[in-house]
Design a protein around this ligand. Structure first.
Ligand code: NDP
Ligand code: 8X3
Length: 257
């Protein structure tokens, strides 16, 4: 297994859900962490928790990946020692609304496309050249079951996750012949703040997708991400689709009454 102890792992969207669980899982392996998201106060809390629990060294910074044109300049401000990134987890992402395409709003579309697609591209555009200079690295993109199957009213969110899937395949090909690995981890229904964000804080609506079902947790996905990262260096997990046992497709979810 590849040794994660002392490796530098950069997690975008580390303030909540899958990203926060991923930070915790890598900390348990002895990695040092770059934690980024817009809510800096959450990151500093997680950083303090991990310092106390595992002695983890971390660097937190406020980054809005949706401001994709300034992402490169923001990342260039990282101290040199923190630019030696071994694992990049492109996790920051969100959904807004669940409505028919012809009823959708440009603002929501821009936010999803800017964050999920252009944000991921911008972070990767800066970090991959650093990895190439060191001739080592692993990019783990968080896709979704929504990048494999479209569901009614999911239109633009699904489009962004189909894009992430295409970008992961393209990245892998563009890094052909280098030791840099590219993986895509694609979850189904996971209970995080995702639904609360999608429905703009409407708690009742946000709880619906998880009613009568045991969904995935951020920890379930984090475990898979760490597993991808600590495979031997000649092994690259290209794509991993993970669903709750009760889910068989985006629309087939078995719910107990
Ligand atoms: P959460 O809402 O719990 O976490 C999303 C994270 O992304 C937060 O840390 C948030 O931080 C960050 N984020 C959102 N927008 C930005 C931005 N513009 N710049 C920087 N960070 C941002 O949801 P999840 O943990 O579920 O989502 C993580 C990823 O998993 C997303 O890519 C999502 O599409 C994907 N996914 C989720 C599934 C689910 O069912 N939950 C299933 C399949 C995939 P902050 O608000 O502080 O900026
Ligand atoms: C999140 C999973 O099915 O809610 O990517 O779109 S789903």
């Amino acid at each position: 297994m590849a040794e994660l102890k002392g490796q530098c792992v950069f997690v975008t969207g580390a303030s909540s859900g899958i990203g926060a669980a991923t930070a915790r899982a890598f900390a348990r392996e002895g990695a040092r962490l770059i934690l980024a998201a817009r809510r800096l106060e959450r990151l500093t809390e997680i950083s303090a928790e991990l310092k106390k629990a595992y002695g983890t060294e971390s660097f937190c910074f406020a980054l809005d990946v949706g401001q994709h044109k300034s992402v490169g300049a923001e990342l260039e401000k990282l101290p040199e020692a923190w630019k030696a990134i071994d694992v990049l987890v492109n996790n920051a992402g969100l959904s807004r609304g669940l409505v028919k395409l012809h009823e959708g709003g440009f603002f929501d579309w821009d936010e999803m496309i800017d964050t999920n697609v252009k944000g991921l591209l911008a972070v990767s555009r800066t970090v991959i050249p650093w990895m190439l200079k060191r001739n080592r690295g692993h990019i783990i993109n968080i896709g979704s079951i929504a990048g494999h199957e479209v569901y009614p009213n999911g239109n633009v969110y699904c489009a962004t996750k189909y894009a992430v899937r295409a970008i992961s395949r393209g990245m892998k090909m563009d890094l052909h012949g280098t030791p840099i690995r590219v993986s895509s981890v694609d979850p189904g229904l996971a209970e995080t703040e995702f639904s609360l964000v999608r429905f703009r804080g409407d708690k009742e609506r946000a709880a619906q997708p998880y009613k009568g079902v045991k969904p995935l947790t951020g920890e379930d996905i984090a475990e898979a991400i760490v597993w991808c990262a600590n495979r031997p260096e000649h092994v690259d997990i290209i794509e991993m689709v993970i669903m709750p046992t009760a889910q068989s497709s985006t629309t087939m979810v078995h719910r107990e009454p």
